[in-house]
Design a protein around this ligand. Structure first.
Ligand code: HDD
Length: 755
């Protein structure tokens, strides 16, 4: 028989299925194919994959970009057709029986168009429905082989294509970006060894400790089910009812009420893998690890009044910011850092590393940078890429493994399960944005919307008819870290999980004074919106266990007496943490540049044009985004006769969309602006939100017209207000740039606000 088989014809392009090797029965690990297994690529921005056409990526693109070419559609100079490719004669009128008669059922052109439209929407994500995506790459700083065999870290300079989706968690698909909420930070790495998704948040801890509670917390925070309000907000009874009855949420609440939950930009927030993961090297050694993303643009936030107004004034604030930065070539960058530790170290920690409501203080285990994420390309099509991308915690690659964090284990079930409904079946991995660059070969077949045309009659394993292909690769493939597990089958939690307050307190004591004030304000705002008094009292009772001053300030703000503390859930001795500066946004090492900061420069007829041009040039030079803001579009005359072109108006870009403002002066110009109440509101809001203000010459008149104090409440000079003679413009601009780099002057804050 073997001789006969040798004579059979075979398809030379598919040697493993029909060729000579098909005659060698599968022998598992020892199988030695005549062509070597794909190994990690050595070229930058490219990985070993036959999906890459000629394999040479276009300049500035990454490997994923080239692979998407096969599905890109370009209508340039093309005629209009139906989905069957039939040319369409008229896209204006349906087929009627007489001009005033009924539409004929046979009008397949109209019916196909309407039918397709009727089915354009897919279900939105049950959480994280609102999001924005970007393409880019991850570049490893070094060879991490000692720690992990994970492909992206194979050698210094190795680039792996990525797609990132940032999101809010609570609001619906069209909800405002600046809601107080945790932000998703999901990264899909298209590695040589398949896709790795790091599905992270911008807060390092989570609401709950067991996936069983996830539907409850999501239901509680989403709009209330009877009237579907409020949208994209946790400030309502059901959320705080759940929260006040679930002490494990306390640490997360501290972060959620802090300025972390209202980032200035997706580009300026941290990301955290939350769970403890495992790293495995080629020798099989296992270490534990937490993943951190740190933005190289600095970490900055909005203030609540500003975030709140942006909900109405520019609901796309973060989406627009990300899009515009990438279009302008200001590529957002984040450093990936690892906290690596051993099981023995973990046993000495005063918390359980499987508990996702706990973080590992950076003072205990430092974060060391291992690579950089660069986002350098906007998606071509929001739906095809950002909406259809499907992340999943269980997409991991050789060299990385799960721990028994119950939330992580629950997520591993939830993500693929939800995608099956959202993306209409089990083949969502074939959607171009989800398809790995690594080759996919298995015997999974059919299902809704199957794209690949698997050839041959073999769809099972073991087989001899296809030479045992596709074959398993043993230790060359994904291997779980060995772990012995003994235990009784039971429902419950380790006792350390019951320490619900120590790390909430750690977060609190690590904050600076303005950050603490913002946390109190946020709690007060949210609980003031809660209608049920008992919920407010119960919530404050929980916070007494975090810090007495916090609880006292909040009780005062809510007009209630400080209640007795809620009982503790554990009698274990509790850790007493020292403050961790890394937890405070204001204490983190700042980034001094002002790249991408949006600055409004006011112009009106008669403005000091020379000063405007000087400030504009200096800001551009430093990478900021200056814009001439006027009362109407068009040209305005300036003092030196050179007209200025208004770029945008106060009406469409109000104060909250800018990081800073400039009042340039000039006789008539400053006077005209001073008479416009919208300008005065603008100036007052810039001040109240702590933003830098530069006033040249009689531009300072705008500040006095707006009632802006010249000094801080403590009597010191306000470092965020630079007011000078135009002759000193260079000096003034220098000081203004420093103020802009510091972001905000919170020392202006008084309770209640003076301006
Ligand atoms: Fe989740 C989406 C992050 C716990 C179930 N989650 C989702 C997204 C992010 C996170 C960033 C958006 C992905 C995207 O952009 O498409 N989720 C987290 C983090 C968690 C977490 C950091 C805890 C540490 N999630 C969590 C639990 C469950 C889920 C415990 C369920 C047991 N999450 C989902 C989901 C979503 C999702 C329902 C909605 C849409 C999707 O997955 O694709 O499956």
């Amino acid at each position: 028989d073997a001789d006969l088989a040798d004579e059979r014809p075979f398809n030379a392009t598919k040697p493993l299925e029909y060729g000579a090797e098909a005659l060698t029965p599968h022998t598992g690990e020892s199988y030695a194919p005549s062509t070597p297994l794909a190994t990690a690529s050595t070229s930058t921005e490219n990985i070993a994959s036959s999906k890459l056409g000629d394999g040479i990526p276009r300049l500035g693109d990454n490997a994923l970009n080239s692979s998407l070419d096969r599905v890109r559609a370009d209508d340039t100079e093309q005629r209009l057709t139906t989905n069957q490719g039939i040319p369409v004669s008229s896209n204006q009128d349906s087929l009627k029986i007489g001009l005033r008669g009924p539409i004929a059922l046979e009008d397949f052109v109209m019916r196909e168009k309407i039918t397709h439209f009727d089915h354009e929407r897919i279900p939105e994500r049950v959480v994280h429905a609102r999001g924005s995506g970007a393409h880019g790459y991850f570049e490893s700083y070094q060879d991490l082989c000692q720690l992990t065999r994970a492909a992206p870290f194979a050698y210094a300079g190795k680039r792996t294509p990525v797609f990132v989706r940032f999101s809010t968690a609570t609001g619906e698909r069209g909800s405002p970006d600046t809601a107080r909420d945790v932000r998703g930070f999901a990264v899909k790495f298209y590695t040589d060894e398949g896709n790795w998704d790091l599905v992270a948040n911008n807060i390092p801890v989570f609401f709950i400790q067991d996936p069983m509670k996830f539907p409850d917390v999501a239901h509680a925070v989403k709009p209330e089910p009877h009237h579907a309000m409020p949208q994209a907000s946790s400030a309502h009874d059901t959320f705080w009812d759940f929260a006040s009855l679930s002490p494990e949420i306390t640490h997360m609440l501290m972060w959620l009420m802090s300025d972390r939950a209202i980032p200035r930009s997706y580009r300026m927030m941290q990301g955290f893998g939350v769970h403890t993961f495992k790293l495995i090297n080629t020798s099989g050694e296992v270490r534990l690890c937490k993943f951190h993303w740190t933005p190289l643009q600095g970490t900055h936030s909005l203030v609540w009044d500003e975030a709140f107004k942006l909900r109405g004034l520019d609901t796309d604030f973060h989406r627009r910011d990300l899009w515009e930065a990438i279009e302008a070539g200001n590529f957002p960058e984040y450093e990936l850092g690892l906290q690596v530790f051993t099981e023995t170290q973990a046993e000495s920690f005063p918390f359980d590393i499987l508990d996702p409501t706990k973080l590992i203080p950076e003072e205990l285990i430092p974060v060391f940078p291992v690579g950089k994420l660069v986002l350098n390309r906007n998606p071509d099509n929001f739906f095809a890429e950002t909406e259809q991308v499907a992340f999943c915690t269980q997409h991991i690659i050789p060299g990385i493994d799960f721990t028994n964090d119950p939330i992580l284990q629950g997520r591993n079930h939830s993500y693929p399960d939800t995608q099956i409904t959202r993306l209409g079946g089990p083949n969502f991995h074939e959607i171009p944005i989800n398809a790995p660059l690594a080759e996919v070969h298995n015997n999974q077949r059919e299902g809704f919307h199957r794209q690949s045309i698997n050839r041959g009659r073999v769809n099972y394993e073991p087989n001899s008819l296809a030479g045992g292909c596709p074959f398993q690769v043993g230790r060359a493939g994904f291997v779980s870290a060995p772990e012995s597990v003994v235990g009784n089958k039971m429902r419950g939690k380790p006792e350390l999980f019951a320490d619900h307050y120590s790390q909430a307190r750690l977060f609190w004591i690590s904050q600076s004074a303005p950050e603490k004030a913002h946390i109190i304000d946020a709690f007060r705002y949210e609980l003031t919106r809660v209608e049920t008094l008992a919920i407010r009292i119960r919530m404050v009772a929980g916070l007494v266990n975090v810090d007495a001053t916090l609880a006292h300030a909040l009780a005062c703000g809510l007009g209630i007496a400080v209640p007795p503390p809620l009982p503790l859930a554990t009698s274990l001795p509790l850790p007493n943490y020292a403050p961790s500066p890394a937890l405070s946004l204001l204490s983190r090492p700042g980034v001094t540049g002002i790249r991408t900061r949006q600055v409004a420069i006011f112009v009106a007829p008669g403005v000091d044009g020379a000063a405007v041009r000087a400030v504009y040039a200096a800001l551009l030079d430093a990478g900021a985004v200056p814009r001439l803001v006027g009362q109407r579009l068009g040209q305005v005359s300036s003092l030196d006769g050179v007209p200025l072109h208004v770029e945008t108006t106060i009406e469409v870009t109000p104060s909250v969309v800018y990081d800073a403002m400039v009042a340039p002066g000039g006789d008539d110009g400053a006077i005209a602006l001073g008479r416009d109440a919208r300008v005065i509101d603008f100036v007052r809001e810039q001040y109240r939100h702590g933003k830098p203000i530069l006033a040249l010459g009689n531009g300072a008149g705008l500040l006095s017209a707006a009632g802006i104090p010249t000094t801080l409440p403590d009597g010191c000079d306000d470092p965020g207000i630079v007011s000078m003679d135009p002759a000193l413009a260079t000096l003034a601009i220098g000081q203004f740039r420093q103020a802009l780099a510091r972001h905000r002057t919170f020392e202006r804050d008084t309770e209640p606000p003076a301006v």
